[in-house]
Design a binder for this molecule. Structure first.
Ligand code: GUN
Ligand code: ZN
Length: 442
């Protein structure tokens, strides 16, 4: 058992529903008690310290501690093709993503990339991720093994594709069924890991394979479904040609029984009102991937519409690396802000930090385990430094956050100027997973 003393921020409600000022807790001088990877106590330092007079206290004064970030959509095998130049979605897949994923036939390669990927998550303060692997079952197995050895929360699954991709990356409905079934039995709900059925997107699966995905979901109702939806206009045209019987993109997945309250859809840029409504009724989640959407020129996600009281949808933030350009959820928040600005909307700092923490946890139905500092939850938390660069320190020279106005300003500075340098430390399940090295401190 140990304690952590610092300023703390977490969320207890949804700032898109209640007023942002009622959605969060801020403690200028707080104490978090961690025991066996869980939160044992949390409150003001003066109040909690008297109950634990003997324990070791780690002091992070002049820092801000928040729950670990949740990345609701990312491709680990695309770590090594990040920043690939010049294409839009379908050409980018052909030119960069598919050739990159072919290398994951080799489990040694998969393990090496998985290790780097998890290190990068920790460096960026991400403690939970929803991850696409590749079509090779072994690439999924080694990914889970690496996740397990780090005790990180990961939701992942083998990608299913049986058309419109290189031959070497195709499976078929039957092998997809058996491989996924084996992996579900091996990994779903093992420690902090969960399994997700992962048809890549409508274009790369035949109706027969989507049917198999639906069958797996019926057999294992508490596993997740994770796919892409309505990201790019050329993609939409192809989907309507491949599935002429469906009135829109979402119906492709509905027909296969893949739209439910544990379904996570990346992007959702070109959704109709009816699709928003049906997603809302189903309790499905959208992963908002702003750096990716701008990088491969897909379009602007309509956050305001997704959060409309007429059809509210659970939204999480996502890096979508390798189409996304950063693992940092701070940089992702910055991009999200700009995407809303371009639509004459806005994203103030409290809702942005909500989306990256409790909002993401709710979107993936893990909010009873993670997302804030409620007693009994798993202790995933990160130490933020709002003076991590000379410019950030120049912008906010003060060493403490003493008012709500200052809190908002500092959070905004973190989301607009911050990146991996702003993460001083990352704790996963109560254990220190990353500490910023001295060479990164100016
Ligand atoms: N749609 C289908 N596959 C992918 C992918 O790998 N990345 C993105 N951004 N969109 C996709
Ligand atoms: Zn993606």
């Amino acid at each position: 058992m140990y304690g952590v003393r610092s300023a703390f921020l977490d969320f207890i409600d949804d700032p898109f529903v209640v007023s942002p000022t009622e959605s969060y807790r801020y403690l200028e001088d707080g104490l978090l008690i961690v025991e066996d990877g869980k939160i044992k106590a949390f409150g003001s330092y003066d109040h909690i310290r008297t109950d634990y007079p003997e324990i070791e206290i780690i002091d992070y004064s002049q820092r801000l501690i928040i729950p670990g970030f949740v990345d609701t959509h990312v491709h680990y095998p695309q770590t090594e093709i990040i920043a690939s130049y010049g294409e839009q979605l379908l050409q980018w897949l052909e030119k960069y993503a598919f050739p990159g994923e072919e290398r994951f036939k080799d489990p040694l390669h998969a393990r090496e990339v998985a290790g780097f990927f998890f290190d990068e998550l920790a460096r960026n303060g991400t403690t939970t991720a929803v991850v696409m692997t590749t079509v090779f079952p072994e690439s999924t197995r080694v990914f889970f093994e690496e996740a397990q050895s780090r005790n990180i929360r990961a939701i992942a699954g083998q990608v299913m594709m049986d058309r419109n991709a290189p031959e070497s990356l195709l499976d078929n409905p039957e092998t997809a069924y058996h491989n996924n079934k084996d992996l579900i039995k091996e990994w779903h709900n093992r420690g902090r890991l969960c399994y997700t059925i992962t048809p890549r997107f409508a274009i790369t699966s035949t109706p027969e394979q989507l049917e198999v995905a639906g069958q797996l979901k019926r057999e294992f109702p508490d596993v997740y479904v994770h796919t892409h939806l309505s990201e790019n206009q050329e993609e939409l045209v192809t989907v309507s040609q491949l599935f002429p019987e469906c009135k829109d993109y979402l119906e492709v997945y509905e027909k296969a029984g893949l739209v439910g309250d544990r379904s996570i859809f990346a992007h959702g840029i070109y959704l109709s009102n009816s699709e928003f409504k049906r997603l809302s009724e189903a309790g499905s989640a959208i992963a908002f991937c702003p750096t990716s959407n701008m990088f491969i020129g897909s379009g602007l996600f309509n956050l305001k519409e997704a959060k409309s009281p007429a059809h509210p949808i659970a939204v999480g933030l996502a890096s979508d690396v390798g189409a996304g350009t950063s693992f940092s959820m701070l940089k992702t928040m910055s991009a999200a802000y700009k995407v809303t600005q371009l639509q004459k909307q806005t994203l103030s700092p409290l809702p942005a930090f909500y989306l990256a923490t409790l909002g993401g946890a709710k979107a993936i139905h893990l909010d009873s385990y993670i997302g804030n500092f409620q007693i009994g939850k798993e202790s995933d938390f990160i130490v933020l430094n709002w003076q991590a660069t000379p410019l950030m320190a120049f912008r906010h020279p003060q060493h403490s956050i003493e008012s709500v106005e200052k809190l908002n300003e500092i959070l905004f500075s973190l989301m607009i100027l911050g990146d991996d340098r702003s993460i001083d430390a990352t704790y996963i399940g109560g254990n220190l997973a990353y500490r910023k090295p001295d060479y990164m401190t100016w």
